[in-house]
Design a protein around this ligand. Structure first.
Ligand SMILES: [Zn+2]
Length: 625
């Protein structure tokens, strides 16, 4: 025999597995302990009153003394510890209160199966079904100080020791009963146990609304619609609220349950107080701002997946809040005489960029609502992020800036009205994610008769005659402006220098550029723009192709060609040298086998970056040749 003695002790009163075995084999359940874990009269007399630790030592020394001890061996095993007392847990046979669950579970299973209650994400339905269909009776009594006291009273009759009652009649009552209904004794004592915390919490959906009184409050708020909680308490809480609601109120407590993602640290461990791996949210609020933390976390938490927490995402949140704040301040600074524009906008009279941003706002509201309806909060936050950052701040506000500075008062006024309208709708959509910043900004843009943002109406779409070609035109403008900006930055053009642009395009296809020349000129810092079917590519010019248009930016006069050529050639030589070095390293088996994986990975990334830069430099040099 490799392990053990070949004998197995079975103690049904002191081990959960032995308990089951004892029940199925009709064994005696001998409890050898007092409630304080000292040994009782069922143990041999010399051990009475000893603690379990003392008793074990005494037994060992008795065995040795009487010559029964063959040998002792050290053996590592697992013992459950009490988190509160930090002592080994001793199993002990005791009377507890149980709730019979089978009958409660059936309607709760049905409520989810029939779709009356929907889980988001729905894969939790399977977990729920499995547990509910194999449900065990629920032990609801706890031997703790805090909690709702069990509403059961015992008659002590003449005997003052609770454990040896003569009249053992228990009475269920919230208030102390006057007298025992069997023997008439007035000596009634309440069960010292309290309810399991979840046996209080499962009453929560109606318990907080004046239940069991049939109050107006209860009628208004029960049942409610959405429960938001963590999937780790799907059984402790969610399933039990569904059971309690149907049992006590005859109806489901809520129609939808949204299970949040669980944040974990970068090693994948759940944040916990005892591990000490959780950042203090208040420190994060202090560092990034409360709204930035909320929004950053929503951006990184896809529905149904756990999230590895990273502070980088909070930076993204903070940058977004700054971007919104600055855009709003800019718009506010450009109000005429500090007055808000009128809410009513004649959309038919608007110009392309204004119609485009209102159209994009409509699309964003649609997409945002669709995602919200599916409880896809993370995707909804991305929709909002992209629209606000790119369409509104990067494009529309920049265009509005050219309007404000144009001297054309009608256009400036239309831009003000549209900029404010779109911004107010962004604030409404964003409010649940960033309540503080949005409410603060709202105060600067709301009209006198509008309420605070938190109670304002949900965004409504602007009525627009749909002209899809307008959207396409605006996309062309954006692409051309981006192309010229890219060329400027690639060729190291000083920000203050204005470029000339030539566009070769088939007949008529560049009409939108002609029409909105002023926008292109202002956003891409262009001096002259020439359009035509038969334009020749000027010497030393950078090119880009957008749709059917070829765009040329002559570099002569814009940058010093000789200096730029020299700079690029120098960098080309440097890169050639670096690349050879890294390639050598990466083909060295010795390095590959010894270096840590992340070091090798780092070298590979460096190589890829340098090769990409070299490619850019080669093509830049070609343009200059
Ligand atoms: Zn009695």
């Amino acid at each position: 025999m490799e392990f053990g003695t070949g004998c197995v002790k079975v103690t049904p009163a002191h081990d959960p597995n032995d308990f089951i075995m004892g029940e199925s084999h009709g064994l005696d359940f001998i409890n050898i302990m007092h409630p304080d874990a000292t040994l009782n009269e069922n143990a041999p007399e010399s051990y009475h009153g000893l603690s379990r630790e003392e008793a074990r030592k005494a037994i060992l020394s008795d065995l040795e003394e009487q010559g029964f001890l063959e040998k002792t061996e050290d053996y590592l095993h697992k013992v459950g510890y009490s988190e509160r007392g930090n002592v080994p847990i001793e199993y002990y046979l005791s009377d507890q209160w149980f709730v019979k669950m089978k009958d409660l579970a059936s309607p709760a299973i049905e409520a989810v199966k029939s779709g009356k209650i929907t889980f988001h994400p729905d894969h939790w339905t399977k977990t729920y079904d499995h547990w509910m269909e194999n449900i065990k009776d629920w032990c609801i009594s706890r031997q703790l100080i805090w909690g709702h006291r069990i509403p059961v009273w015992y008659c002590r009759g003449e005997d003052k020791d609770r454990y040896q009652m003569e009249c053992s009649e228990p009475v269920v009552s919230i208030a102390q009963p006057q007298a025992c209904s069997v023997c008439g004794s007035k000596d009634m004592v309440q069960d010292p146990d309290v309810l399991d915390t979840w046996a209080s919490s499962w009453l929560w959906p109606f318990g907080v609304h004046d239940w069991p009184n049939d109050s107006d409050e209860l009628k208004k708020f029960y049942p409610t619609n959405v429960l938001v909680t963590g999937p780790d308490i799907i059984f402790f809480w969610v399933a039990r609220m569904i059971m309690a609601g149907q049992e006590f109120c005859g109806d489901i407590p809520f129609s939808d349950v949204y299970f949040t993602s669980i944040l974990r640290d970068e090693k994948g461990q759940k944040f916990s107080k005892s591990l000490g791996n959780s950042p203090d949210p208040f420190d994060l609020f202090e560092k990034y701002g409360t709204d930035a933390v909320r929004f950053g976390i929503m951006l990184m938490a896809p529905q149904g997946l756990d999230v590895l927490f990273s502070e980088y995402r909070l930076e993204v949140g903070r940058n977004f809040m700054n971007k919104l704040w600055n855009a709003a301040r800019f718009v506010q600074m450009n109000m005429k005489d500090g007055e808000l524009p009128l809410d009513e906008i004649d959309t038919e009279s608007l110009d392309l960029p204004e119609r485009w941003i209102l159209f994009r706002l409509n699309q964003t509201i649609d997409q945002f609502e669709r995602r919200m309806d599916k409880f896809h909060f993370n995707e909804a936050s991305k929709t909002l992020y992209e629209f606000t950052w790119s369409d509104y701040c990067d494009w529309y506000v920049e265009i509005a800036k050219t309007r404000f500075q144009s001297g054309d008062e009608a256009k400036a006024e239309a831009a003000r009205a549209v900029a404010v309208k779109v911004l107010k709708n962004i604030l409404k959509l964003l409010h649940a994610y960033a309540p503080f910043i949005t409410e603060e900004l709202w105060a600067s843009f709301k009209s006198h008769d509008e309420p605070d943002l938190i109670v304002s109406s949900w965004p409504s779409k602007t009525e627009l005659t749909e002209k899809m070609d307008e959207i396409a035109s605006m996309e062309i403008l954006k692409e051309v402006i981006s192309a010229v900006r890219t060329i400027r930055s690639r060729m190291n053009v000083p920000p203050a220098s204005k470029a000339n642009v030539l566009v070769r395009s088939p007949n008529g296809s560049a009409g939108v550029l002609k029409e909105y020349e002023s926008i292109v000129k202002s956003l891409a810092k262009v001096e002259d723009m020439t359009l035509g079917e038969s334009i020749k590519k000027p010497d030393h010019s950078a090119t880009a192709v957008i749709r059917q248009m070829e765009i040329f930016v002559p570099l002569e006069g814009l940058i010093d060609l000789d200096i730029e050529r020299a700079r690029l050639t120098k960098r080309q030589t440097e890169l050639d040298g670096f690349i050879i070095q890294i390639q050598k390293k990466l083909s060295n088996d010795n390095f590959l086998s010894r270096a840590p994986e992340d070091v090798v990975q780092n070298e590979k990334e460096k190589l890829a970056d340098m090769e990409a830069e070299l490619e850019r430099i080669n093509s830049n040099l070609e343009m200059l040749s």
